[in-house]
Write a protein that binds this ligand. Structure first.
Ligand SMILES: Nc1ncnc2c1ncn2[C@@H]1O[C@H](COP(=O)(O)OP(=O)(O)O)[C@@H](O)[C@H]1O
Ligand SMILES: CSC[C@H]1O[C@H](OP(=O)(O)O)[C@H](O)[C@@H]1O
Length: 403
């Protein structure tokens, strides 16, 4: 627990959230305000303060000194609120159209007051209801290229990059990822949630020496690479969208890590949503998987050519090598993320919502087989359409072959 006896921190209530919004002059003095706590994530409180007659609102997000869904038995640093608001401000330098505006922060109360995005839908929810979001992968590809390139050595130079990285020492949140994404799904850990019927496959996974070795290498790479300021938890529950607009929220896991991690999380969660759909309505989501990489690579290349602090950047073949390495990192991390969403702690809600047990189990075992291949054979992946081909083979229960 990071609160101390003399700490002034206390959790907000719906009433005190309204008082805060008034104190910050976010609404007219006489405005009639209502507030609802709408947090549905694993960690924090989220208050939606609105003036219904004016159609105006703000979001007040507050970290609790523990994990919201577990309670005081799992203490967690309040520092995560500072990480989130500082990361949002930095990402806004590079991709302002893709993040909510931050109006106010208070680190003592672990509060971030930000733009209300309620006119948009959380992408995981929308995709489960059949939405397509035609611009999603273009926007996310641009968002990732701009924020990842912009905070890297290439754009900032090593000195400024190291300076910025000091602000994002985020050990408690990184530890959650190290444990719950990388370690626990690969061992028979008590926190894993393995659906009955999937146990034999899970046991096979835990005995798979090649998988454990490659999973360990990915975890190590995650722990020691400090390439760029990552969002750190870029799943589809951290993205709001409509047909025309896309915004990335919730970067409390931000830290300096490998660029491929953010890309891998987006790909993994889009693949899971694709698995959750019937075969004929998957195509748009699979197109997002290939397009996000194409857009990322094109935008990254343009930024590289425009502004690069690395004197050796023009070395023949170097950019291509970097892009292939980032791609293969992303493939591996997509595998780690998919595995944890199937047999780890925090499952994909769209898959859990499938009521037909046989179909749900088929999807989970196909996703686990695909995840294994992405982790173990990531060096065989050279082009984004191979991911789509691998998903189709896994879905048909065929061995995944790479041409
Ligand atoms: N800026 C925002 N505008 C509107 N709703 C938001 C905003 N930020 C968060 N929410 C709502 O609160 C929920 C939880 O927010 P999130 O940041 O994901 O919390 P956690 O950190 O606990 O995962 C989101 O799923 C969304 O419904
Ligand atoms: C108990 S932490 C599990 C999981 O929760 C976080 O997700 P979110 O903030 O979107 O609710 C993160 O993915 C953690 O790995």
């Amino acid at each position: 627990m990071t609160t101390t006896a003399d700490s002034i921190y206390e959790p907000l209530t719906e009433e005190t959230a309204i008082q805060l919004a008034r104190r910050l002059n976010l609404f007219d003095a006489e405005a009639d305000l209502v507030c609802r706590e709408i947090g549905d994530g694993n960690l924090n409180l989220v208050f939606h303060v609105t003036e219904p007659t004016a159609g105006k609102g703000v979001i007040i997000k507050q970290a609790l000194p523990y994990v919201r869904i577990i309670g005081e038995g799992w203490p967690l640093t309040l520092e995560r609120a500072r990480m989130e608001s500082e990361a949002l401000r930095i990402f806004a330098r590079y991709a302002p159209e893709y993040v909510p505006e931050v109006y106010y922060t208070d680190n003592d109360y672990a509060i971030t007051v930000m733009e209300d995005l309620s006119h948009l839908t959380i992408v995981r929810t929308g995709l489960a209801e059949g939405a397509i979001y035609p611009l999603l992968s273009t926007h996310i590809g641009q968002y990732m290229a701009r924020t990842l390139y912009g905070t890297s050595d290439y754009a900032l130079g090593a000195e400024a990059r190291r300076e910025l990285a000091l602000q994002f020492h985020n050990p408690e949140l990184c530890k959650i990822t190290e444990n719950f994404v990388f370690t626990y799904p690969l061992i028979d850990h008590e926190s894993n949630v393995v659906e009955e019927g999937l146990r034999p496959l899970a046991e096979q996974i835990w005995r798979d020496a090649q998988l454990l070795r490659e999973g360990a290498r990915l975890k190590r790479h995650f722990m020691i690479s400090a390439e760029a300021l990552l969002h750190g938890d870029l799943h589809t529950g951290s993205i709001f969208a409509s047909e025309t607009e896309t915004r990335v929220i919730d970067p409390e896991f931000a830290f300096y890590g490998p660029m491929g991690y953010d890309i891998g999380l987006f790909i993994a969660n889009t693949l899971l949503s694709a698995f959750a759909r019937s075969e004929h309505s998957r195509e748009e989501l699979l197109a997002h998987v290939t397009n996000v990489w194409d857009v990322f690579a094109a935008e990254f290349t343009a930024l590289w050519q425009e502004n690069n602090q690395e004197p050796l950047a023009d070395a023949a073949g170097y950019l291509d090598d970097e892009l292939l390495r980032i791609f293969q990192d992303a493939i591996g991390y997509a595998g780690s993320e998919m595995m944890r969403r199937v047999i780890g702690l925090a499952h994909a809600r769209d898959i859990e919502a499938i009521s037909d047990k046989d179909r749900r189990l088929h999807i989970k075992s196909s996703a686990a087989l695909l995840a294994r291949d992405l982790i173990v054979n990531r060096s065989h992946y050279k082009r984004a359409p191979q991911i789509v081909e691998a998903l189709r083979q896994a879905d048909r229960n065929e061995p995944i072959l790479h041409s």
